[in-house]
Write a protein that binds this ligand. Sequence first.
Ligand code: NI
Length: 256
Amino acid sequence: MRLFDTHAHYVSNAFNADREAVVAGLPERGVTRVVCPGDDLAASERAVELAARHPHVYAAVGVHPEECGGWDEGQLEAVRALAGRPKVVAIGEIGLDYHWPDNPPRELQKLAFRQQLALARELGLPAIVHDREAHGDSLEIVRAEPGARGVFHCYSGAVEDARTLVRLGWYLSFTGTITYKNARKALEVIQAVPLERIMIETDAPYLTPEPYRGRRNDSGYVHLVAERIAQVKGLTAEEVAEATYQNALAFFGIEE
Ligand code: NI
């Protein structure tokens, strides 16, 4: 079984003590491709550097809604420049986060999201979208950029919106949260959407799957996400691992 973790934050401080060893050890744990997203310009730069050091790692570059307080034309141009670096396969993560009251103002989040999504379309790259408690506005921005393609990572929306995204050509990806007791809604979404549009991820160092919840997450746990999807869809974990692997290769434009 080979696995593609489409979203793991190996530039996070949580990996400062052992980053290179954890990342280098992933292929022997079955994880032979990983996309490491940025959440601000500095993290995006570090993701590009990490990808340069490890053959199985790819980078995404972008400014996350929680980090977009200083968003301006200069940051947009900096994301554009980073997107041209080797092994950058997506713009992300970008999107909207209405959860925390002290997040940047919603209008600024929307501007940063709209401009980075337009940049992704212009560059022919997919977007990795973070949508937390902002489902209506996120979908509205996606609809307003019909040439853009992307994935809603750690999908947390309704079945109806998931069907709409699939119709628009978008993908959904799922994390260890689908192994939690309260995952009913996400499991309904997994039942409702075709496997061809699903990818798996850890969102490491966060969202560690059961039965390891509470520990630091890393891509070595992503098989637990594949197993949960397999149970829901009545498939084997191997089938889900391989299908989501192929989906991710096609989505990110990575050759075998
Ligand atoms: Ni993330």
